[in-house]
Ligand binder design. Structure first.
Ligand code: PMP
Length: 285
């Protein structure tokens, strides 16, 4: 069964959607993206994702051809057309295409907007139940990781290496400190039950799930420390976990072959996952 996808104002079958070989998204990864989770057919934390999209566009001078309200309508139409209950809506906006390959571009270049749905089991995920194994490695990305661009080659290579090493994902390290996961924000829990995560800066993506989680933690009197932490501190942590729109929260049970805590998903990570999912659905209704 072919999905219906959205491309530049039209809803078409996935095999009919075509992009020019000269599109700057294809040639230069000159593009931004967002992924919004879908639970029970509802868009989760979507407001935050669309706000971040606007910010990414502003930072790069990419024109957003539709309003946030129009984007939400497109997302909802795709969910309906594809009968999506659980998974996500992927959105990509490229700077556009001017008919030949050229590093520079004109002011009136027209952007390319593409959205499609992806079906995925988010609630009954074996990774959520068993936890994930992490491999740490050097963070080789550029210096504006706060902008959500499609320049994801370092993440692809790092995640592939993790997979080949029998791990599920990576944590990235810069100057001895964890920046974030390959496609997630990273957290540890200290012996006295404080949740530690790196503060926001240009060094990490400002996760929308992270923002919701920090708010939730406040509401539930869970103490958060926004500070940098080393890989050595992570090895010794009581718990560790990651957050993103496609995982919500996944517990981390080992890092570089070293068991974290009991080697089972931690109780704080599990609790945060449960309350996040409940809150996210309630808010989306
Ligand atoms: N960091 C990176 C590098 C990511 O790719 C992602 C997921 N896109 C995140 C963090 C988590 O962000 P969010 O919670 O908005 O999905």
């Amino acid at each position: 069964m072919e999905r219906t996808v959205y491309i530049n104002g039209e809803y078409v079958s996935e095999s009919e959607a075509k992009i020019s070989v000269f599109d700057r998204g294809f040639l230069f990864a000159d593009a931004v993206y967002e992924v919004t989770a879908v639970l029970e057919g509802l868009l989760i934390d979507n407001h935050g994702h669309l706000e971040r999209l606007e910010r990414s566009c502003r930072e790069l001078g990419i024109k957003l051809p539709v309003t946030s309200e129009e984007l939400t309508e497109i997302q909802k139409t795709l969910i309906e057309k594809n009968s999506l209950i659980e998974g996500g809506v992927y959105l990509q906006l490229t700077r556009g295409c001017e008919g030949d390959r050229d590093f520079s571009y004109s002011d009136d270049i027209e952007p390319t907007l593409v959205l499609f749905t992806q079906e995925r089991a988010l609630i009954n995920s074996s990774y959520a139940q068993k936890g994930i194994k992490i491999l740490s490695m050097d963070d080789l990305r550029w210096k504006r990781r706060d902008i959500k661009t499609t320049s994801l080659l370092p993440a692809c290579l790092a995640k592939q290496l993790a997979k080949q090493s029998g791990c599920d994902d990576v944590w990235l390290i810069e100057n001895g400190l964890i920046t974030e996961g390959g496609s997630s924000n990273a957290y540890i829990v200290t012996a006295d039950d404080k949740v530690v995560t790196r503060p926001l800066s240009n060094d990490i993506l400002h996760g929308i799930t992270r923002a919701s989680l920090l708010q939730l933690a406040k509401d539930f009197d869970i103490e958060i420390e926004e500070r940098e932490f080393t890989i050595e501190e992570a090895y010794e942590a009581k718990e560790a976990f990651v957050s993103s729109a496609t995982t919500f929260i996944w517990p981390v049970v080992s890092i570089d072959g070293k068991t974290i805590g009991s080697g089972k998903p931690g109780s704080l990570a599990t609790k945060l996952r449960d309350i996040y999912i409940k809150m996210a659905i309630d808010t989306a209704r």
